[in-house]
Design a protein around this ligand. Structure first.
Ligand code: NAD
Length: 428
Protein backbone atom coordinates (compact mmCIF):
# COMPACT_ATOMS: atom_id res chain seq x y z
CA UNK A 1 0.00 0.00 0.00
CA UNK A 2 1.55 3.24 -1.09
CA UNK A 3 -0.09 6.58 -1.56
CA UNK A 4 1.04 10.14 -1.93
CA UNK A 5 -0.47 13.35 -0.65
CA UNK A 6 -0.34 15.02 -4.01
CA UNK A 7 -1.89 12.41 -6.26
CA UNK A 8 -5.41 13.52 -7.10
CA UNK A 9 -7.05 10.14 -6.58
CA UNK A 10 -5.13 9.53 -3.35
CA UNK A 11 -5.44 12.58 -1.17
CA UNK A 12 -3.43 10.95 1.59
CA UNK A 13 -3.89 7.92 3.79
CA UNK A 14 -7.18 9.17 5.22
CA UNK A 15 -10.60 8.83 3.73
CA UNK A 16 -12.41 12.09 2.94
CA UNK A 17 -14.62 11.90 6.04
CA UNK A 18 -12.01 10.79 8.56
CA UNK A 19 -11.54 13.24 11.43
CA UNK A 20 -8.22 15.08 11.64
CA UNK A 21 -5.66 13.32 13.81
CA UNK A 22 -5.12 14.53 17.36
CA UNK A 23 -2.58 17.33 17.31
CA UNK A 24 1.04 16.60 18.11
CA UNK A 25 2.32 19.50 20.18
CA UNK A 26 4.76 17.91 22.64
CA UNK A 27 7.45 15.92 20.88
CA UNK A 28 10.20 13.94 22.56
CA UNK A 29 13.16 13.24 20.26
CA UNK A 30 15.26 10.35 21.55
CA UNK A 31 18.83 10.71 20.26
CA UNK A 32 19.84 14.27 19.35
CA UNK A 33 22.75 13.44 17.09
CA UNK A 34 23.22 14.04 13.42
CA UNK A 35 19.62 13.09 12.59
CA UNK A 36 17.64 13.91 15.72
CA UNK A 37 18.96 17.37 16.50
CA UNK A 38 18.14 19.07 13.16
CA UNK A 39 14.58 17.73 13.41
CA UNK A 40 14.30 18.91 17.02
CA UNK A 41 15.51 22.37 15.98
CA UNK A 42 13.08 22.67 13.09
CA UNK A 43 10.15 21.48 15.18
CA UNK A 44 10.98 23.90 17.99
CA UNK A 45 11.38 26.70 15.45
CA UNK A 46 7.87 25.90 14.19
CA UNK A 47 6.35 26.25 17.63
CA UNK A 48 6.29 22.64 18.83
CA UNK A 49 7.38 22.00 22.40
CA UNK A 50 10.36 19.69 21.99
CA UNK A 51 12.39 17.71 24.47
CA UNK A 52 15.60 16.34 22.97
CA UNK A 53 16.87 13.36 24.91
CA UNK A 54 20.42 12.08 24.69
CA UNK A 55 22.59 9.89 26.86
CA UNK A 56 25.53 12.17 26.02
CA UNK A 57 25.49 14.67 28.92
CA UNK A 58 28.03 16.92 27.27
CA UNK A 59 25.84 17.23 24.17
CA UNK A 60 22.77 17.92 26.29
CA UNK A 61 24.59 20.71 28.10
CA UNK A 62 25.83 22.25 24.86
CA UNK A 63 22.34 22.21 23.32
CA UNK A 64 20.84 23.90 26.37
CA UNK A 65 23.66 26.46 26.58
CA UNK A 66 23.49 27.16 22.82
CA UNK A 67 27.26 26.51 22.66
CA UNK A 68 27.14 23.57 20.26
CA UNK A 69 29.12 24.02 17.05
CA UNK A 70 27.08 22.80 14.12
CA UNK A 71 28.45 22.27 10.66
CA UNK A 72 25.81 24.16 8.76
CA UNK A 73 25.02 27.84 9.14
CA UNK A 74 21.25 27.34 8.95
CA UNK A 75 21.33 24.83 11.82
CA UNK A 76 23.76 26.90 13.86
CA UNK A 77 21.52 29.96 13.45
CA UNK A 78 18.44 27.98 14.48
CA UNK A 79 20.06 26.92 17.76
CA UNK A 80 19.95 30.45 19.10
CA UNK A 81 16.66 31.74 17.66
CA UNK A 82 13.98 32.85 20.10
CA UNK A 83 11.50 30.05 19.31
CA UNK A 84 14.17 27.37 19.68
CA UNK A 85 15.44 28.84 22.94
CA UNK A 86 11.85 28.87 24.22
CA UNK A 87 10.63 25.54 22.84
CA UNK A 88 13.59 23.16 22.91
CA UNK A 89 14.93 21.62 26.07
CA UNK A 90 17.61 18.92 26.07
CA UNK A 91 17.62 16.27 28.78
CA UNK A 92 19.33 12.99 29.56
CA UNK A 93 16.03 11.32 30.51
CA UNK A 94 12.77 11.21 28.54
CA UNK A 95 9.56 12.77 29.70
CA UNK A 96 5.86 12.74 28.70
CA UNK A 97 4.92 13.72 25.16
CA UNK A 98 2.32 13.26 22.42
CA UNK A 99 4.93 11.75 20.12
CA UNK A 100 8.29 10.04 20.59
CA UNK A 101 10.67 10.24 17.63
CA UNK A 102 13.50 7.72 17.86
CA UNK A 103 16.76 8.64 16.14
CA UNK A 104 19.42 6.58 17.90
CA UNK A 105 22.28 4.72 16.18
CA UNK A 106 21.71 1.32 14.59
CA UNK A 107 25.23 0.10 13.81
CA UNK A 108 26.59 -3.32 12.95
CA UNK A 109 28.22 -5.76 15.28
CA UNK A 110 31.70 -6.72 14.10
CA UNK A 111 33.00 -8.91 12.63
CA UNK A 112 29.79 -10.72 11.73
CA UNK A 113 27.98 -7.61 10.32
CA UNK A 114 24.72 -8.25 12.17
CA UNK A 115 22.51 -5.32 13.18
CA UNK A 116 23.12 -4.02 16.67
CA UNK A 117 19.72 -2.89 17.94
CA UNK A 118 20.84 -2.31 21.52
CA UNK A 119 20.48 1.51 21.32
CA UNK A 120 16.99 1.15 19.82
CA UNK A 121 15.99 -1.29 22.56
CA UNK A 122 17.45 0.99 25.24
CA UNK A 123 15.57 3.96 23.75
CA UNK A 124 12.29 2.02 23.81
CA UNK A 125 12.92 0.91 27.39
CA UNK A 126 13.66 4.51 28.41
CA UNK A 127 10.28 5.79 27.15
CA UNK A 128 8.26 2.90 28.64
CA UNK A 129 7.38 4.82 31.87
CA UNK A 130 6.13 7.81 29.86
CA UNK A 131 4.00 6.04 27.24
CA UNK A 132 0.27 6.61 27.42
CA UNK A 133 -2.65 5.51 25.26
CA UNK A 134 -2.92 7.75 22.20
CA UNK A 135 0.82 8.43 21.98
CA UNK A 136 2.74 8.03 18.74
CA UNK A 137 6.12 6.34 18.34
CA UNK A 138 7.87 7.33 15.12
CA UNK A 139 11.17 5.61 14.35
CA UNK A 140 13.55 7.60 12.17
CA UNK A 141 16.58 5.38 12.75
CA UNK A 142 17.46 3.07 9.88
CA UNK A 143 16.31 -0.40 10.91
CA UNK A 144 16.48 -3.93 9.47
CA UNK A 145 13.33 -5.29 7.78
CA UNK A 146 10.75 -6.58 10.26
CA UNK A 147 12.20 -4.65 13.22
CA UNK A 148 8.86 -2.91 13.78
CA UNK A 149 6.98 -6.21 13.66
CA UNK A 150 9.43 -8.38 15.57
CA UNK A 151 10.99 -5.95 18.06
CA UNK A 152 8.85 -2.84 18.53
CA UNK A 153 5.35 -4.32 18.40
CA UNK A 154 6.23 -7.08 20.94
CA UNK A 155 7.85 -4.45 23.17
CA UNK A 156 4.68 -2.34 23.08
CA UNK A 157 2.45 -5.34 23.76
CA UNK A 158 4.63 -6.34 26.66
CA UNK A 159 4.32 -2.76 27.97
CA UNK A 160 0.53 -3.23 27.98
CA UNK A 161 -0.46 -1.54 24.70
CA UNK A 162 -2.14 -2.74 21.54
CA UNK A 163 -0.22 -1.05 18.68
CA UNK A 164 -2.64 0.42 16.16
CA UNK A 165 -5.49 0.37 18.66
CA UNK A 166 -4.30 2.37 21.64
CA UNK A 167 -0.81 3.41 20.59
CA UNK A 168 0.40 4.59 17.19
CA UNK A 169 3.50 3.34 15.45
CA UNK A 170 5.27 4.65 12.35
CA UNK A 171 8.64 4.36 10.65
CA UNK A 172 9.82 7.38 8.71
CA UNK A 173 13.43 6.77 7.71
CA UNK A 174 15.65 9.81 7.32
CA UNK A 175 17.40 10.55 4.02
CA UNK A 176 19.39 13.69 4.73
CA UNK A 177 22.86 14.21 3.32
CA UNK A 178 25.73 15.36 5.55
CA UNK A 179 26.70 18.86 4.50
CA UNK A 180 23.21 19.70 3.23
CA UNK A 181 21.07 18.67 6.17
CA UNK A 182 18.82 21.69 6.51
CA UNK A 183 17.80 21.91 2.84
CA UNK A 184 17.27 18.16 2.57
CA UNK A 185 15.25 17.90 5.76
CA UNK A 186 12.90 20.56 4.42
CA UNK A 187 12.97 19.67 0.73
CA UNK A 188 13.25 15.89 0.47
CA UNK A 189 10.20 13.74 -0.07
CA UNK A 190 9.33 11.75 3.03
CA UNK A 191 8.14 8.16 3.30
CA UNK A 192 5.95 7.32 6.27
CA UNK A 193 5.18 3.69 6.95
CA UNK A 194 2.58 3.09 9.60
CA UNK A 195 0.83 0.31 11.42
CA UNK A 196 -2.46 1.97 10.48
CA UNK A 197 -3.85 5.11 8.87
CA UNK A 198 -4.29 7.03 12.09
CA UNK A 199 -0.61 6.48 12.87
CA UNK A 200 0.47 7.60 9.42
CA UNK A 201 -1.62 10.76 9.49
CA UNK A 202 -0.46 11.65 12.97
CA UNK A 203 3.21 11.18 12.01
CA UNK A 204 2.66 13.35 8.93
CA UNK A 205 1.51 16.16 11.22
CA UNK A 206 5.00 16.19 12.77
CA UNK A 207 6.63 17.01 9.43
CA UNK A 208 3.96 19.07 7.69
CA UNK A 209 4.77 22.38 9.43
CA UNK A 210 8.16 22.61 7.70
CA UNK A 211 8.15 20.04 4.90
CA UNK A 212 8.26 21.27 1.30
CA UNK A 213 8.72 17.78 -0.21
CA UNK A 214 5.85 15.34 -0.69
CA UNK A 215 4.78 12.71 1.82
CA UNK A 216 4.33 9.15 0.60
CA UNK A 217 2.48 6.70 2.82
CA UNK A 218 3.05 3.00 3.12
CA UNK A 219 3.23 0.13 5.62
CA UNK A 220 5.99 -0.44 8.17
CA UNK A 221 7.89 -3.17 6.29
CA UNK A 222 7.86 -1.24 3.01
CA UNK A 223 9.27 1.83 4.77
CA UNK A 224 12.01 -0.27 6.35
CA UNK A 225 12.88 -1.82 2.99
CA UNK A 226 12.67 1.45 1.08
CA UNK A 227 15.46 3.10 3.06
CA UNK A 228 17.71 0.05 2.80
CA UNK A 229 17.09 -0.29 -0.93
CA UNK A 230 17.96 3.37 -1.53
CA UNK A 231 21.35 3.04 0.10
CA UNK A 232 22.01 -0.40 -1.35
CA UNK A 233 21.30 0.96 -4.83
CA UNK A 234 23.94 3.61 -4.32
CA UNK A 235 26.46 1.23 -2.78
CA UNK A 236 26.12 -1.32 -5.58
CA UNK A 237 26.50 1.36 -8.23
CA UNK A 238 29.64 2.74 -6.59
CA UNK A 239 30.99 -0.80 -6.46
CA UNK A 240 30.35 -1.21 -10.17
CA UNK A 241 32.35 1.96 -10.89
CA UNK A 242 35.12 0.74 -8.58
CA UNK A 243 35.21 -2.63 -10.29
CA UNK A 244 35.48 -0.91 -13.69
CA UNK A 245 38.38 1.14 -12.29
CA UNK A 246 40.12 -2.02 -11.10
CA UNK A 247 39.75 -3.56 -14.57
CA UNK A 248 41.26 -0.34 -15.92
CA UNK A 249 44.23 -0.75 -13.60
CA UNK A 250 44.78 -4.27 -14.83
CA UNK A 251 44.65 -3.09 -18.46
CA UNK A 252 46.62 0.05 -17.68
CA UNK A 253 43.99 2.48 -18.93
CA UNK A 254 42.36 5.44 -17.19
CA UNK A 255 38.76 4.34 -16.78
CA UNK A 256 37.49 7.83 -15.94
CA UNK A 257 37.75 8.71 -19.61
CA UNK A 258 36.01 5.49 -20.61
CA UNK A 259 33.26 6.07 -18.03
CA UNK A 260 32.72 9.53 -19.47
CA UNK A 261 32.37 8.02 -22.95
CA UNK A 262 30.03 5.28 -21.74
CA UNK A 263 27.85 7.88 -20.02
CA UNK A 264 27.18 9.41 -23.44
CA UNK A 265 24.80 6.47 -23.88
CA UNK A 266 21.31 7.82 -23.17
CA UNK A 267 20.47 5.14 -20.60
CA UNK A 268 23.84 4.73 -18.89
CA UNK A 269 24.97 6.67 -15.82
CA UNK A 270 28.10 5.11 -14.33
CA UNK A 271 29.27 6.75 -11.11
CA UNK A 272 32.84 7.77 -10.33
CA UNK A 273 35.16 5.25 -8.67
CA UNK A 274 36.89 6.22 -5.44
CA UNK A 275 39.09 5.19 -2.53
CA UNK A 276 36.16 3.52 -0.77
CA UNK A 277 32.73 4.15 0.69
CA UNK A 278 32.32 5.65 4.14
CA UNK A 279 29.80 7.46 6.27
CA UNK A 280 27.08 6.23 8.50
CA UNK A 281 24.75 4.57 6.01
CA UNK A 282 26.21 2.95 2.88
CA UNK A 283 28.74 0.67 4.59
CA UNK A 284 26.06 -0.55 7.02
CA UNK A 285 22.57 -0.62 5.54
CA UNK A 286 23.11 -3.28 2.82
CA UNK A 287 24.07 -5.74 5.55
CA UNK A 288 20.60 -5.32 7.10
CA UNK A 289 19.16 -6.85 3.93
CA UNK A 290 21.71 -9.65 4.03
CA UNK A 291 20.67 -10.39 7.61
CA UNK A 292 17.06 -11.12 6.62
CA UNK A 293 17.79 -12.90 3.33
CA UNK A 294 21.36 -14.18 2.96
CA UNK A 295 20.37 -16.32 -0.02
CA UNK A 296 19.34 -13.41 -2.25
CA UNK A 297 21.92 -10.80 -1.38
CA UNK A 298 24.94 -12.09 -3.32
CA UNK A 299 25.27 -9.04 -5.54
CA UNK A 300 24.73 -6.76 -2.56
CA UNK A 301 27.38 -8.36 -0.37
CA UNK A 302 29.87 -8.60 -3.27
CA UNK A 303 29.42 -4.88 -3.83
CA UNK A 304 30.04 -4.24 -0.13
CA UNK A 305 33.24 -6.26 -0.26
CA UNK A 306 34.47 -4.48 -3.40
CA UNK A 307 33.90 -1.09 -1.78
CA UNK A 308 35.52 -2.26 1.45
CA UNK A 309 38.70 -3.26 -0.33
CA UNK A 310 39.19 0.07 -2.12
CA UNK A 311 41.14 1.73 0.75
CA UNK A 312 43.64 -1.14 0.51
CA UNK A 313 44.00 -0.48 -3.23
CA UNK A 314 44.84 3.16 -2.50
CA UNK A 315 47.22 2.18 0.33
CA UNK A 316 49.07 -0.13 -2.04
CA UNK A 317 49.66 2.74 -4.46
CA UNK A 318 50.94 4.99 -1.67
CA UNK A 319 53.30 2.26 -0.44
CA UNK A 320 54.71 2.02 -3.96
CA UNK A 321 55.53 5.74 -3.92
CA UNK A 322 57.02 5.46 -0.44
CA UNK A 323 59.35 2.63 -1.44
CA UNK A 324 61.69 5.02 -3.27
CA UNK A 325 62.33 7.18 -0.18
CA UNK A 326 64.47 6.35 2.84
CA UNK A 327 62.59 6.82 6.15
CA UNK A 328 59.93 8.96 4.45
CA UNK A 329 57.54 11.46 5.98
CA UNK A 330 54.06 11.26 4.49
CA UNK A 331 51.82 14.30 4.54
CA UNK A 332 48.19 13.24 4.12
CA UNK A 333 45.37 15.70 3.46
CA UNK A 334 41.79 14.59 4.03
CA UNK A 335 40.15 12.57 6.78
CA UNK A 336 36.43 12.95 6.09
CA UNK A 337 34.57 10.22 4.24
CA UNK A 338 33.76 12.60 1.40
CA UNK A 339 34.50 16.16 0.25
CA UNK A 340 33.16 19.25 2.05
CA UNK A 341 32.16 17.57 5.34
CA UNK A 342 33.90 16.86 8.65
CA UNK A 343 32.28 13.42 9.09
CA UNK A 344 34.95 10.75 9.63
CA UNK A 345 32.64 7.81 10.33
CA UNK A 346 33.88 4.72 8.46
CA UNK A 347 36.10 7.01 6.43
CA UNK A 348 38.36 5.25 3.90
CA UNK A 349 40.89 8.07 4.41
CA UNK A 350 41.12 7.25 8.13
CA UNK A 351 41.65 3.60 7.30
CA UNK A 352 44.42 4.39 4.81
CA UNK A 353 46.25 6.57 7.35
CA UNK A 354 45.85 3.91 10.05
CA UNK A 355 47.20 1.22 7.70
CA UNK A 356 50.24 3.31 6.75
CA UNK A 357 50.94 4.08 10.39
CA UNK A 358 50.50 0.38 11.11
CA UNK A 359 53.30 -0.25 8.59
CA UNK A 360 55.48 2.07 10.68
CA UNK A 361 55.39 5.07 8.33
CA UNK A 362 55.49 8.57 9.80
CA UNK A 363 52.21 10.10 8.62
CA UNK A 364 51.21 13.69 9.35
CA UNK A 365 47.46 14.00 8.87
CA UNK A 366 45.44 17.15 8.15
CA UNK A 367 41.89 17.96 7.10
CA UNK A 368 40.66 21.52 6.75
CA UNK A 369 37.13 20.50 7.85
CA UNK A 370 38.05 18.48 10.95
CA UNK A 371 38.76 20.54 14.07
CA UNK A 372 41.55 18.35 15.48
CA UNK A 373 43.29 18.09 12.10
CA UNK A 374 42.62 21.58 10.77
CA UNK A 375 45.24 23.92 9.29
CA UNK A 376 45.24 27.50 8.11
CA UNK A 377 47.36 27.43 5.08
CA UNK A 378 48.60 24.50 2.99
CA UNK A 379 51.99 26.03 1.96
CA UNK A 380 52.86 26.60 5.66
CA UNK A 381 52.05 22.95 6.44
CA UNK A 382 54.31 21.85 3.58
CA UNK A 383 57.06 24.10 4.88
CA UNK A 384 56.70 22.84 8.45
CA UNK A 385 56.46 19.11 7.72
CA UNK A 386 59.04 18.80 4.86
CA UNK A 387 57.30 15.72 3.45
CA UNK A 388 58.77 13.19 1.05
CA UNK A 389 55.33 12.16 -0.19
CA UNK A 390 52.17 14.26 -0.20
CA UNK A 391 48.86 12.43 -0.50
CA UNK A 392 45.50 14.05 -1.05
CA UNK A 393 42.98 11.50 0.19
CA UNK A 394 39.80 13.58 0.04
CA UNK A 395 39.23 16.05 -2.80
CA UNK A 396 37.97 18.96 -0.70
CA UNK A 397 37.76 21.70 -3.30
CA UNK A 398 40.13 24.11 -1.56
CA UNK A 399 42.68 21.38 -0.85
CA UNK A 400 42.70 20.33 -4.49
CA UNK A 401 43.27 23.92 -5.62
CA UNK A 402 45.96 24.64 -3.02
CA UNK A 403 47.81 21.43 -3.80
CA UNK A 404 47.57 21.98 -7.54
CA UNK A 405 49.25 25.35 -7.01
CA UNK A 406 52.16 23.67 -5.19
CA UNK A 407 52.37 20.51 -7.24
CA UNK A 408 55.02 21.49 -9.81
CA UNK A 409 57.32 23.00 -7.16
CA UNK A 410 57.01 19.89 -4.97
CA UNK A 411 57.75 17.51 -7.82
CA UNK A 412 60.78 19.61 -8.81
CA UNK A 413 62.20 19.16 -5.33
CA UNK A 414 61.76 15.37 -5.41
CA UNK A 415 58.50 15.13 -3.46
CA UNK A 416 55.96 12.60 -4.75
CA UNK A 417 52.43 13.98 -5.00
CA UNK A 418 49.46 11.61 -5.13
CA UNK A 419 46.10 13.31 -5.55
CA UNK A 420 43.29 10.79 -5.23
CA UNK A 421 39.91 11.84 -6.44
CA UNK A 422 40.92 14.43 -9.01
CA UNK A 423 40.61 12.80 -12.39
CA UNK A 424 40.52 9.06 -11.98
CA UNK A 425 39.67 8.85 -8.27
CA UNK A 426 41.61 5.65 -7.68
CA UNK A 427 44.51 6.83 -9.81
CA UNK A 428 46.53 9.52 -8.03
N1 NAD B 1 24.08 10.25 9.60
C1 NAD B 1 23.39 10.06 8.50
O1 NAD B 1 23.80 10.53 7.45
C2 NAD B 1 22.09 9.29 8.52
C3 NAD B 1 21.23 9.43 7.42
C4 NAD B 1 20.04 8.76 7.44
C5 NAD B 1 19.73 7.90 8.50
N2 NAD B 1 20.58 7.76 9.55
C6 NAD B 1 20.19 6.87 10.63
O2 NAD B 1 19.75 7.65 11.74
C7 NAD B 1 20.07 6.99 12.96
C8 NAD B 1 20.85 7.94 13.84
O3 NAD B 1 22.05 8.27 13.18
P1 NAD B 1 22.88 9.56 13.56
O4 NAD B 1 23.78 9.79 12.41
O5 NAD B 1 21.99 10.66 14.02
O6 NAD B 1 23.72 9.02 14.80
P2 NAD B 1 24.50 9.92 15.87
O7 NAD B 1 25.48 9.01 16.50
O8 NAD B 1 24.95 11.19 15.26
O9 NAD B 1 23.37 10.31 16.93
C9 NAD B 1 22.71 9.38 17.72
C10 NAD B 1 22.56 9.96 19.11
O10 NAD B 1 21.80 9.04 19.88
C11 NAD B 1 22.31 9.07 21.19
N3 NAD B 1 21.86 7.86 21.88
C12 NAD B 1 22.34 6.59 21.79
N4 NAD B 1 21.60 5.77 22.54
C13 NAD B 1 20.64 6.52 23.13
C14 NAD B 1 19.58 6.24 24.01
N5 NAD B 1 19.33 5.01 24.43
N6 NAD B 1 18.79 7.26 24.43
C15 NAD B 1 19.04 8.54 24.01
N7 NAD B 1 20.02 8.86 23.16
C16 NAD B 1 20.81 7.87 22.73
C17 NAD B 1 23.81 9.19 21.00
O11 NAD B 1 24.43 9.68 22.18
C18 NAD B 1 23.90 10.15 19.82
O12 NAD B 1 24.02 11.49 20.25
C19 NAD B 1 20.83 5.72 12.57
O13 NAD B 1 19.92 4.65 12.50
C20 NAD B 1 21.34 6.05 11.19
O14 NAD B 1 21.56 4.89 10.41
C21 NAD B 1 21.74 8.45 9.57
Amino acid sequence: MTSSENESDLSGPEGPDDPAPDPVEDIVVIGTGFIGLPLALLLADHGKRVVGVDIDQHLVREINDGTLNLDEDELQDLLTTGPVERNLEARTEPTDGDAFVISVPTPLTEPNKSPDLSALEAALESIRPYLEPGDLINVESTIPPLTCEETIVPFLKEAGFEPGADIQLTHSPERILPGNVFDELVGNDRVIGGIDETSRRRAASIYEPFLEGEIYYTDLLSAELCKLMENTFRDVNVALANEFALIGEELDIDMSDVIELANRHPRVDILQPGIGVGGHCLPIDPWFLNEVDPEHTNLITSARRINDKMPAVATRKIRRALASHADPTVLAFGAAYKPSVDDRRNSPAMQIVADLRGDGYRVRHYDRYVDELAYDDLPSVLERESPDVVVQLVPHEKTVAALEAERARLIDTGVDVLQFGVENPIEP
